[in-house]
Design a protein around this ligand. Sequence first.
Ligand SMILES: [Zn+2]
Length: 263
Amino acid sequence: MTNQIHPFQLGAFKLMAISDGAFPVTRDFFFAETPDELIQHIPTQFRAPLNFLLIDSGDKKVLVDTGLGYEHSPTAGKLLSNLKAAGIDPEDIQTVIITHAHLDHTGGMLTNGKPTFPHAQYIMHKEEWDVWTSQPDSNEYKQLLPLKNQIKLLTENKEILPGIRLIHTPGHTAGHLSLSIFSEGEHLMLASDILNYPTTLEHLPSHIRAEQTPTQALETRKKFLEEASSKSALLFVCHYPFPGLGRIERTNKGWKWIPVLVQ
Ligand SMILES: [Zn+2]
């Protein structure tokens, strides 16, 4: 399989969409509260894409989430080899943002029990940390705990570097973060798991069954899409087809996904 990396420019930032592969899910798990007609073309078992973002600000390399990791699924864990193909070693990553602690986003934090990105500082929301550290049997807790001295907890929205803002967008999980990235008049909003699949933009209550608070997530989703539309922002979505990049357009049913096509 060819490497799935998609470099692109956003103002002065060099960005790269990187695939970690895909993870097997059932349609039932991935689409709660979803009308059949929007998902009937999808098999009852399928592989959900895993797309992550690398931001090179010039001074720092920032990775957003770490992928599921090959230890958790043989169809995932391609993030590191894709980074290497792009000339980036794990040691080069200075900051890792954890949008939320679900395993498909944190499974790659550790490799053989050791930090995959040895020089990185991790940033996550304090509410996310509190949720999982109160569940010591969870896989999420097991991923986070060994790195606790490298994790900085966020309590409010913050611009961590000029042009890279972290925004608390709760619902999918309590401490879910999205990103707003802006440079030289261009704007990208990273949704992480606020969104699940392009066709369900027509029916916003649709959500991944692992969502912690669907009513709150629905409000977050609506607000996020309105903001993206008002700013004409490029969107980056973790579980949309690679590279997970596109724009949205308002329709009479809700929203429509206009993907950025790659050769
Ligand atoms: Zn996810």
